[in-house]
Design a protein around this ligand. Structure first.
Ligand SMILES: Cc1cc2nc3c(=O)[nH]c(=O)nc-3n(C[C@H](O)[C@H](O)[C@H](O)COP(=O)(O)OP(=O)(O)OC[C@H]3O[C@@H](n4cnc5c(N)ncnc54)[C@H](O)[C@@H]3O)c2cc1C
Length: 385
């Protein structure tokens, strides 16, 4: 599957010369490190839940559980939820005067609210416990099928279909022809390793871009050499995918919601039965574990070190690779989980862990993982420890 067009890319290294550890080995804030962020991916065993049901006179549409690929599955998932809703609405002869509550102000909830408006529904409101510090805003916005919990080939295939439809949506955003938003998306190079198991340095990694490249929707990967400005160089594989600036897109959603007078109300829904509108869209992410009594939903923790003072105009690339640090005890990381994960989001960030069934409350573990992230990134980018 590898297209043999060698490249030799000279890249600016992420600046980590002014990033330090304290006497206990913890990452110190200041210098190149701006913030330590702990966030949770709304995982769901199997596929995300996208379904519609009728409870009494009410139609409920569920749209949650997208794990680490919610932005990658966004448009495909929203379109599917809308199609299920329209089918029910036709069957029950609903008109566009019906009242609709959308629970959740993440990318799913906001995109659904705007899609409903576009379909003619005007009696809409979004209710959310939080619209800051949520997965959709912390997400790094890399278009790739990673960190999902599909359990068999047919589920994987179904998820890929949603992702491919979503990619087509972002292509429209990029061209300025999308019907909802037209900003915050661009193509970007993604580098991952070529090393074999047991070797040192960047190792072969499933980047999650492969399904798009195989479908001919994104370029096939190339093998070549990356040389960083610090002098280190590695044989690497280069992919190309879309990078979604999630903060910019969420701000665009907010602006479009305001322009259309769709209220976003702060509130916590205790039970779906408490909502009296004709229609409910349940886009509550992890909240669905309780709201829809869904025991397949669980958190997966992602830690991010947000950076400061980076020459971001020269850092327009992604590193997504497993990594065996030189001289370190050999360890087995899953093929599809990156150890070195640099994304040029906001001021630039390093991450990310993928820890299942972890709600982020174990501070000692978090600190140990932040230390590992910084230590390994310093080694990878060619800084002394
Ligand atoms: C560190 C990290 C990196 C990621 N990187 C990527 C990436 O590169 N690419 C990618 O595609 N995806 C990525 N993701 C995944 C992506 O961010 C999520 O899948 C996506 O944001 C989920 O969106 P959502 O709208 O379903 O949920 P959320 O953004 O979690 O929103 C849920 C909303 O529901 C509300 N809510 C919950 N319960 C209730 C209740 N009872 N009452 C009222 N409101 C409620 C919440 O307050 C919130 O507003 C990443 C996630 C993390 C954490």
């Amino acid at each position: 599957m590898i297209h043999l067009a060698p490249f030799y890319d000279q890249l600016e290294a992420v600046q980590l010369g002014d990033a330090h550890f304290d006497a206990q080995g913890r990452v110190v804030l200041g210098g190149d490190i701006d913030r330590k962020t702990i966030c949770l991916r709304p995982m769901r065993k199997g596929l995300p839940e996208i379904s519609a049901e009728r409870i009494g006179e009410q139609i409920r549409v569920h749209l949650y559980g997208h794990g680490g690929s919610g932005w990658t599955l966004l448009w495909g998932s929203v379109n599917k939820a809308m199609a299920l809703f329209e089918e029910r609405a036709r069957a029950h002869k609903l008109n566009d005067q019906v009242s609709v509550t959308v629970i959740g102000a993440g990318c799913m909830g906001k995109a659904v609210a705007l899609s409903l408006y576009q379909a003619g529904y005007r009696n809409l409101r979004v209710v959310a416990e939080k619209d800051d510090g949520i997965a959709s805003l912390n997400s790094t916005g890399y278009l790739a099928m990673v960190s999902m919990a599909t359990e068999n080939k047919s589920e994987k295939k179904e998820a890929e279909q949603l992702a491919i439809e979503t990619l087509k949506g972002y292509q429209k955003v990029d061209k300025g022809t999308h019907s909802i938003i037209n900003e915050g998306v661009h193509l970007i190079d993604v580098y991952s390793g070529l090393g074999k198991e047991g070797e040192e340095g960047p190792l072969e990694t499933y980047t999650g871009i492969e399904p798009f490249a195989e479908a001919g929707l994104l370029p096939k990967p190339e093998q070549g050499v990356v040389k960083f400005s610090t002098g280190v160089n590695y044989p690497m594989q280069k992919f190309r995918t879309y990078f979604m600036d999630t903060a910019v897109i969420m701000a665009a959603f907010d602006r479009e919601l305001r322009t259309r007078n769709i209220p976003v109300v702060r509130g916590t829904i205790g039970s779906l039965d408490d909502i009296k509108t004709d229609v409910v869209f349940n886009c509550s992410g992890l909240g669905a574990a309780k709201l829809n009594h869904d025991d397949r939903v669980y958190p997966n923790m992602g830690l991010l070190l947000e950076l400061a003072h980076q020459p971001l105009n020269k850092l327009d690339y992604i590193i997504y690779t497993r990594y065996q640090p030189p001289g370190a005890p050999k360890r087995a990381s899953p093929v599809d989980k990156a150890d070195i994960y640099f994304m040029p989001r906001r001021g630039g960030l390093l991450g990310a862990t993928f820890i299942d069934h972890n709600d982020g409350s174990d501070n000692a573990l978090n600190e140990a993982l932040f230390t590992r992230i910084l230590r390994e990134n310093k080694q990878f980018f060619g800084y002394s420890l």
